[in-house]
Design a protein around this ligand. Structure first.
Ligand SMILES: C[S@@+](CC[C@H](N)C(=O)[O-])C[C@H]1O[C@@H](n2cnc3c(N)ncnc32)[C@H](O)[C@@H]1O
Length: 183
C-alpha cells in the first residue's frame, strides 16, 4: 500500500461530517477531494498551494465531483496558515494534511522547503483540536527531501509531540508518513 493510501486510512478513522480540515499542500487536489468527501456539506476544507497551476487543476477536479463549495483555495505559502484560517476555527481543526515535495507532473524545482515547512507544521499544530492530527508525508529520496525530513524529525523531538512514524517500505530512502497528535 502506498503511503498516500496509508495517510487516507488514518484520516478516515477520525474525520466526520461537520469537521474542519486543512490541506497544506494542495497539488493536484486528490487529498482535498478526499477531505471534502469526509467533512460533508456541513464541514470545510482550507487548502494551500503556492502554484496557480495547482489551484486551477484542483478547482476543476472538485467542480467535476461537485465538492468545490466545501473548499477554500488559498494560493499562498502554508507558512501563512494562521493568517488564512478564521480565528474562530483555530483550535478546532480535526486534521492537517501535508504531502511534501513537488507537484506530480509539474515543475520539479518548485518544492517544499524546510524553513516554511517547519513554520507551517507549528501553525498546523496550533490550529488542531484536542483530538486532531497532522498527517505528513516526507520524501527522503529526492534532492532536498532528506534534509527536510531530518528537520521535521528534530522539530517533533524538540516539541515532544506524540508521533507515529510509518515508513513506506524498509528501503532507507522510502517516503515516511508521520501522524502527529495534538497532545
Ligand atoms: C506532492 S505535491 C501535493 C500532492 C497533493 N496533496 C495531491 O493530492 O495531489 C506538493 C505540493 O506542495 C506545493 N508546495 C511547495 N511549496 C509550498 C509551500 N511553501 N506552501 C504550500 N504549498 C507548497 C507544491 O506546489 C506541490 O503542488
Amino acid at each position: 500500500m502506498r503511503v498516500t493510501e496509508k495517510a487516507h486510512l488514518e484520516l478516515d478513522k477520525i474525520l466526520q461530517h461537520g469537521d474542519l480540515a486543512i490541506d497544506a499542500t494542495l497539488g493536484n487536489g486528490y487529498d482535498s477531494q478526499f477531505l471534502a468527501q469526509k467533512v460533508g456539506t456541513s464541514g470545510h476544507v482550507y487548502a494551500f498551494d503556492i502554484q496557480k497551476e495547482s489551484i486551477e487543476q484542483s478547482i476543476q477536479l472538485l467542480e467535476k465531483n461537485q465538492l468545490v463549495n466545501r473548499v477554500t483555495f488559498n494560493q499562498s505559502c502554508h507558512s501563512n496558515i494562521i493568517k488564512n484560517i478564521p480565528i474562530n476555527h483555530q483550535g478546532k481543526v480535526k486534521s492537517v494534511t501535508f504531502n511534501l515535495g513537488y507537484l506530480p507532473g509539474g515543475d520539479k524545482k518548485i518544492i517544499t522547503k524546510p524553513e516554511s515547512t517547519l513554520s507551517a507544521i507549528k501553525q498546523a499544530h496550533f490550529c488542531l483540536s484536542d483530538d486532531g492530527i497532522i498527517s505528513l508525508i516526507a520524501y527522503r529520496g529526492h534532492e532536498g527531501g532528506r534534509s527536510e525530513y531530518e528537520e521535521i524529525e528534530k522539530l517533533i523531538k524538540q516539541e515532544d509531540w506524540q508521533v507515529q512514524k510509518i515508513p513506506g517500505s524498509e528501503a532507507p530512502d522510502s517516503p515516511v508518513l508521520f501522524i502527529v497528535g495534538k497532545a
